[in-house]
Design a binder for this molecule. Sequence first.
Ligand SMILES: [Zn+2]
Length: 295
Amino acid sequence: MPHANPGIHHLQVGDVLVTALNDGQFHAATEYVTGVPAAECEALLRDSFRPLPPRITVGCFLLRFGGRHVLVDFGGGGAMGTMLGHAGSRLAAIGVAPEAIDTVLVTHAHVDHVFGLVDGDGAAVFPKAEIVISGIETGFWLSAENESRAPEGARQYFGIAQRALAPYRDRIRHVADGAEALPGITARLFPGHTPGHSGYQIVSGAETLLIWGDIVHLPGIQFARPEAGMGFDIDGDQARRTRARAMDMTAQDRILLAGMHLDFPCFGHVVRRSGGGYAFEPVVWAPTESGPFGG
Ligand SMILES: [Zn+2]
């Protein structure tokens, strides 16, 4: 497939080489959106030249620094046919073997973030990796009581989270809000989408990148109307408050961010719009080869 987009994009953050790996896209519907009428969502999508019905991009990130190979999530694996599950071929294309991955930082245990951690037989894709995740998150998804209390349509997601984490059960390390997940990387609890949903903030030298997980699923809608939630948020009101806080903070402090469902290659800044709401300004691509500007 010589014309296929490689789905791989590198960005240097201090000493950390961050690589966005696209896992695919899945079909969504404006009916998934809560808090903003479907007609308004459709108008926003049309005005931003996006497909209707909308699609949700799925990505994950590889961090390379100090001899380490760290993933942040790993897509949906075989959960959605050929729509998702492409992160593995991206990783192979840049020559990183599964055995080289030492750590996986997990934002939350939804299917499109963790099911890529296991193969079709339920075995670990990353035989040497430690899983780092919020204890609130595993406490929620690994609870038989929560599973039995969940609405019938949502119950399958417990089984998926349990299956994805099962082969790693002896190498899970819990990380609390504000704690160091790895040297230079701090966990940030952003609850609501799921109870333990967390971002990871990388600081290296003078540079910072916040990987904010699923603060946004549909960039064409939710930056303009951050009150728009998703029907599969576990606590929609809390997710809304978290999104308001995250957008306010990243716009105010001009923080570079990355998100799993932002448009590939997923890096950019939040800016406040004068008429209300926000906009997302993607990082503009630049060549990395040495030239008259150095680099
Ligand atoms: Zn997601």
